[in-house]
Design a binder for this molecule. Structure first.
Ligand SMILES: N[C@@H](CCC(=O)N[C@@H](CS)C(=O)NCC(=O)O)C(=O)O
Length: 264
């Protein structure tokens, strides 16, 4: 299996955790054109959205992390990540859905300020405070779903745990982690001990340490960051519409495929 990915992508991390939990060997590759929106090359051929993750398994080429996760679960059912019982399956999928949409967008917004320096001064402080407040809301929602169970999957690690892990770990990385000693903090301590998760987080840490150079590519190196759906919404609703307008003026953000400029 070939996985086009980026170690900082929470979506790619979710897929890598699932592959490693199931013991499925894969080759991870950072697409050469990642972050450019370019339409040439094998990455864009595999995913017109030019987003990671993309999974290539023989003749099967898939994008969208949830679709990939479903394919992995259905083609390599053991060990199962989804529980058997319908309500428990729906619980796991719903947890994943909120993580992939609202939670990821908040993390992304915080990163736009911290890593990509999209705002300075009062606006930066405002956006960081918005992200911190929203993170608290989302972590309270997750804590209620976890309850006193060891895993989001209940007695066993599963699908929802793989989905929450990259989101919560990123909050911890940003200094926005749950209260020490809380059930959610204890869950984070537990989940990062799992070999599949530890390997994935180690790759995240190594890439995060190199982010300062990567950020410069978006002002000088022809990279255009994708502002899409929940992420774009986050920037606007959190008070950062000036960031969007500036990015459009400077040509270092882009909107999702297909675009109207005839590029693809
Ligand atoms: N809904 C997609 C989202 C994937 C996504 O947004 N990936 C980001 C990285 S976290 C990406 O590749 N963005 C392209 C870019 O910024 O150029 C999924 O679940 O796979």
């Amino acid at each position: 299996m070939l996985l086009y990915e980026h170690p900082l992508s929470s979506y790619a991390q979710k897929v890598k955790i699932a592959l490693r939990e199931k013991g499925i060997p894969f080759t991870a590759e950072l697409p050469e054109s990642f972050g450019t929106g370019r339409r040439d090359g094998p990455f864009a051929a595999a995913n017109p959205r030019t987003e990671v993750p993309v999974l290539i398994d023989g003749a099967v080429t898939l994008f969208e992390s949830t679709v990939i996760l479903e394919y992995i679960e259905e083609s390599r059912p053991e060990p199962a990540l989804l529980p058997r019982e319908p309500a428990a399956r729906a619980f796991a999928r719903l947890t994943e859905e909120v993580c992939d949409t609202q939670y990821e967008a908040v993390n992304w917004g915080f990163g736009e300020v911290l890593w990509f320096r999209r705002a300075t001064g009062d606006l930066a402080a405002h956006l960081r405070a918005q992200a911190a407040a929203q993170t608290r809301v989302l972590q309270a929602w997750l804590a209620a779903r976890l309850g006193s169970a060891p895993w989001f999957g209940g007695a066993a690690f599963g699908w929802a745990d793989a989905a929450v892990a990259p989101m919560l770990n990123r909050s911890v990385h940003y200094g926005l982690g749950p209260e020490p000693g809380s059930p959610l903090a204890d869950w984070h301590a537990r989940v990062r001990e799992r070999p599949a998760v530890a390997a994935t987080f180690a790759e995240f840490d190594a890439a995060a340490a190199r982010m300062a150079e990567a950020a410069d590519l978006y002002t000088t190196g022809g990279r255009r960051r994708e502002y899409r759906d929940h992420r774009l919404e986050w920037m606007v609703k959190s008070g950062g519409i000036a960031v969007v307008l500036e990015g459009l003026r400077d040509g270092n953000i882009r909107f999702p495929w297909p675009d109207g400029a005839g590029e693809g």
